[in-house]
Design a protein around this ligand. Structure first.
Ligand code: AP5
Ligand code: ZN
Length: 212
């Protein structure tokens, strides 16, 4: 299937996308991870405020469409089925995507703002294998150590409270119109993202199965 996962920063897109990719055998296309792998890339010739993707990311702002659309086009060309996580984030990206592929399921994970701030400021990530944890909600067996590969966990640079608030503001301003763009289509479903990861997963899997 072709799946789009929408939701605010911290709504659980990454957590659920990994399960979708595994269960349905599709590619996990995540612009956030792709950009983090290219944080220092020189994009000064584009003439924007920052000279690297990382400059935008650490400020909680969107990386320019020119950079992000290119990542998505390349990933889509290689994918049979996919789950897109973190894209589209503004109307221009949504229109760009609509011209290039059809979508079976567009799922919105809804979580209240207070909970989003708690989830993001408590998130810890593995710098080596990319696994995600939370200091309260999803703790590794040994504090601060990745269960998968044994590396020391770190906090993402954009997970400070100040940057999280800015990311939420950018989401309201730029990405909420994307939700309205897809709401009302047959592919669309809004899912309560406040339960445990397993509870949310049951609703996500059902919504995809009934649409694929
Ligand atoms: P990106 O990496 O996409 O970040 P995001 O959208 O802010 O999303 P997150 O990864 O923070 O959250 P998530 O929804 O995946 O939640 P997670 O599952 O990890 O983007 C980062 C930056 O890159 C952007 O700010 C921008 O600069 C740039 N960028 C990316 N895409 C772009 C685009 N298309 N255009 C322009 N710029 C772009 O969960 C969060 C935490 O909560 C974890 O600790 C997890 O363990 C915990 N958790 C998850 N589910 C639950 C649950 N059900 N209950 C309790 N805790 C839970
Ligand atoms: Zn790891």
């Amino acid at each position: 299937p072709h799946v789009l996962l929408l939701g605010a920063p911290g709504a659980g897109k990454g957590t659920q996308s990994k399960r979708i990719a595994e269960r349905f055998g599709v590619d996990h296309i995540t612009t956030g991870d792709a950009l983090r792998a290219n944080k220092g890339m020189d994009i000064s010739e584009l003439g924007f405020e920052h000279d690297t993707p990382g400059g935008f990311m650490d400020a909680g702002e969107l990386v320019p469409d020119e950079v992000v659309n290119e990542i998505v086009v390349t990933a889509l060309a290689d994918a049979d089925g996919f789950v897109l996580d973190g894209y589209p984030r503004n109307i221009e990206q949504a229109e760009f995507l609509d011209e290039r592929t059809d979508l079976d399921a567009v799922l919105l994970l809804s979580v209240p703002d207070d909970e989003l701030v708690d989830r993001l400021t408590g998130r810890r990530v593995c710098p080596d294998c990319g696994a995600n944890y939370h200091v309260e909600f999803d703790t590794p067996e040994e504090a601060g150590v990745c269960d998968e590969c044994g590396a020391a966990l770190v906090q993402r640079e954009d997970d400070t409270e100040e940057t999280v608030r800015e990311r939420l503001r950018v989401f309201r301003e730029n990405t909420e119109p994307v939700i309205e763009h897809y709401r009302g289509t047959d592919a669309f479903a809004e899912i309560d993202g406040e339960g445990t990861p397993d509870e949310v997963w049951d609703a996500v899997a059902d919504a995809i199965e009934s649409r694929a």
